[in-house]
Design a protein around this ligand. Sequence first.
Ligand SMILES: Nc1ncnc2c1ncn2[C@@H]1O[C@H](COP(=O)(O)OP(=O)(O)OP(=O)(O)O)[C@@H](O)[C@H]1O
Length: 526
Amino acid sequence: MNFSQISTLPKIKDVELNETIGNGAFACVKTAYLKADPSVIFAVKFVHIPTCTQQGLTEKDITKEVVLQSKCSDHPNVLKIIDCNISTDFMWIIMELAEGGDLFDKIEPDVGVDSSVAQFYFQQLVNAVVYLHTECGVSHRDIKPENILLDNNGNLKLADFGLASQFKRKDGSLRISTDQKGSPPYMAPEVLHSSQYFADKTDIWSIGVLLFVLLTGEIPWEAPLLEDSNFQYFIEHNGNITLGPWSKIDLNQLNLLRKILQPNPDNRISLEMIKKHPWFTTKVPFAGSDGLCNDPSQLAKRLYLNLKVSLSDDDYLRSTQDPGSYGRSNAGFRATQPVGDDYADIEHDPLATDHNMSTQLAFTQYNHNRITDKYAHNEQNWTQLLSNDLALLQFSDKSLDGSLSTNLRFDHTKLTKFYSLANMEEIISTLEEALRFSNIKVKPNLYDNFLKLSSSMGAASVFPVTINIKTDDFTGLLLSGVISINKVQEDLKIISINRKSGDPLEWRRLFKKLALLCRNLVFIPN
Ligand SMILES: Nc1ncnc2c1ncn2[C@@H]1O[C@H](COP(=O)(O)OP(=O)(O)OP(=O)(O)O)[C@@H](O)[C@H]1O
């Protein structure tokens, strides 16, 4: 979404908008607060109607999402809708703010999350879906990590009801679904193979794929089609696989997964039976009897423990010997592909108005008063700011049981970023080389373009600068995002590498590769 669209964002009575916290294909999301009481904070999603229309969506499709999600807003694991309205170009939706950010950002590719964390999120997701199915008669139909947010205690919030449907009528009779919408890796086979299916059963399948992703950090297949060799192997062996990513899953979990991932929906386990499975019923150490997190610090520690970005010599050598790839453990290395004629160029980002603070820092400062002084221009203060940034933990060799672990908590910090004390010439030329090495088309001499931009806008106003990047991931699907370089203070810059569309696991693989190739730039405080 570009600036001209953003500049016309509708005004919402009694509400003051704050920072942009997310950009999707159709929408941007901002934090906001009540003018009369700034302690009341929430998120506002601005859905850009012309972009939706271009993609073939009608106004009815767009509003259906809100209508269904509002109807399902009475569960602690479903993101609440508070209000909404439509103006000329935008539909805005005021909703609960998920202060812990995205779940997908916290799943380590090829590793997954700690088993107790997987169990915790699996339990919360099942509870949310039981509520949707039994109390609201609604099926979500797009359950995947991208649609799961976290609150400030790390609890799961199921969001994005764009494909949801009312599968149960008021009289209890079931509606049959016929369309083929969804995200291929998470779609149930019957959605692709049958002309008619029951949508509630497809949610159960998607929950199973999500569990697999949590436990392994990989998708089991690109789509549940026999042309997909991984799916074919799964079918041929009746789900009895212990190879590749399946070998990371323990027997108890595997037993449950096999019951969920039954290609024939009639043989698929019900939610009721899932809730009785021994792995489901095992107590999670940081969950209360209501299923909610009662020890956010312990949950955060277990979650962040798995996130690592290696800048080691060995990995650097391996990665520089393997141009164009950003790595997958099981399938060998595959090259990314440049996409079309889109050459990445350096641009000024007009969306961020506060030039001294990253979105995350401003967000932290505003919401929690964790950092009480207005941003201060000295080294001691920014070192303190950095020590609050969870993204830095992933570069650290220190154990989370050490001093770093004391204040772990959930906030909206995006993890795909690093800090640098290098000058802009070094930053831009190293990034340019790393992008080209990863097979992403880049305009030549990005630094010269930056200098031109800087002289036309003024050195103080040019930040943040962005580089929009596009590539195909190893499955051939589009992966797009934006690299944003912002000044925290004269010498210190923050380089965020944020996904716009595509598979989040693939995006994190790309981020890790870029960070490794730019390892000379990465600043890690002591
Ligand atoms: N209530 C919320 N609280 C906190 N962050 C949010 C909230 N809603 C959305 N976000 C952030 O904004 C991002 C984009 O939002 P969303 O995915 O809803 O947009 P979209 O255009 O519908 O996305 P898509 O491209 O998947 O269709 C999310 O990934 C998340 O980081």
